[in-house]
Design a protein around this ligand. Structure first.
Ligand code: KIV
Length: 288
């Protein structure tokens, strides 16, 4: 077997950093909840995308995405489940640690997976502190609004920044009987306002009519992030796999798909398969 020492440099060097437009040094400073608050005040739109692994997080970070969300969507996107419910706290921690290690500038926010944010306060605090301590990420996200006020307050008091998540709440899929656009304006505004009062540093709004999301944003002083919630939020978030076309499933109408990675990978794999089968790979160039 070849020893690593005898490999040519290219085979042992770390992967090249992703090609992304250069940013000025000041823009590479760590994004914090204060950065996000300043961006909202200055009317600068904030970007958030999901990340579940080191190489993808490194690409998003180098491209200047402000917030990386280790979403519990990883249950669906990475693990292949049909809801977000099966992913465990240990699995979230495993993925979040890789993402946080790759993120040199972005703030990293990690979902509290079901049912860590639904059972006792003690369990929520223990889960959230494990996330911050074991992954070195910067904040957690908790589904719910007004009914989560006590939890949000306890997390914030314990020094754990928390983003609230109102509107469609995927962890409630069985209670709601599916993924349903949320339209109860009074309740949605109340959820967000109470979450902010309890100490949430930001509020994510999912699948809510644009006019309601705009009203929520106007009612708050902390930043809002919309997904399927129109243009008038402080920032936008998407599931990265949807954005880059690395999903075989259904795409919701609020997604913009800007690449077709599935096709790129399929083309490469088919070309490799054919090259091996017809003997054109490897060539002498690939030999030692
Ligand atoms: O888990 C997730 O990906 C989310 C989305 C709303 C972005 O929470």
């Amino acid at each position: 077997m070849t020893s690593p020492q005898s490999l040519p440099a290219a085979a042992t060097a770390p992967a090249p950093s992703p090609q992304a437009p250069a940013e000025k040094p000041a823009e590479r400073k760590r994004v914090t909840k204060r950065t996000l608050a300043r961006m909202r005040q200055a009317g600068k739109r904030i970007t958030m995308l999901t990340a579940y692994d080191y190489p993808t997080a490194a690409i998003l970070d180098a491209a200047g995405i402000d917030v990386l969300l280790v979403g519990d969507s990883l249950a669906m996107v990475v693990q292949g489940h049909d809801t977000t419910l099966p992913v465990t706290l240990d699995q979230m921690i495993y993925h979040a640690e890789m993402v946080a290690r790759a993120a040199k500038r972005a703030m990293v926010v990690v979902d509290l997976p079901f049912p860590e944010g639904q059972l006792s306060l003690d369990r929520t605090l223990t889960a959230a502190s494990r996330i911050l301590k074991e992954t070195r990420s910067h904040a957690v996200k908790l589904e719910g609004g007004a009914e989560q006020a006590e939890r949000i307050r306890a997390l914030a008091t314990a020094g754990i920044p928390v983003m609230a998540h109102v509107g469609l709440r995927p962890q409630n899929v069985h209670v709601d009987g599916g993924y349903v656009v949320q339209r109860d304006q009074e309740r949605l505004v109340q959820d967000a306002v109470v979450a902010e009062q309890a100490g949430a540093f930001a509020v994510l709004i999912e699948c809510v009519p644009a006019a309601i999301a705009e009203q929520i944003t106007r009612s708050l002083s902390v930043p809002t992030f919309g997904i399927g919630a129109g243009r008038e939020t402080s920032g936008q978030v998407l599931v990265t796999n949807d954005l880059i076309g690395l999903t075989s499933g259904y795409l919701p109408r609020f997604v913009t798909q800007l690449a077709n990675v599935q096709q790129v990978v399929t083309d490469a794999v088919v070309a490799y398969r054919d090259a091996v089968r017809d003997g054109t790979f490897p060539t002498s160039q690939h030999e030692f």
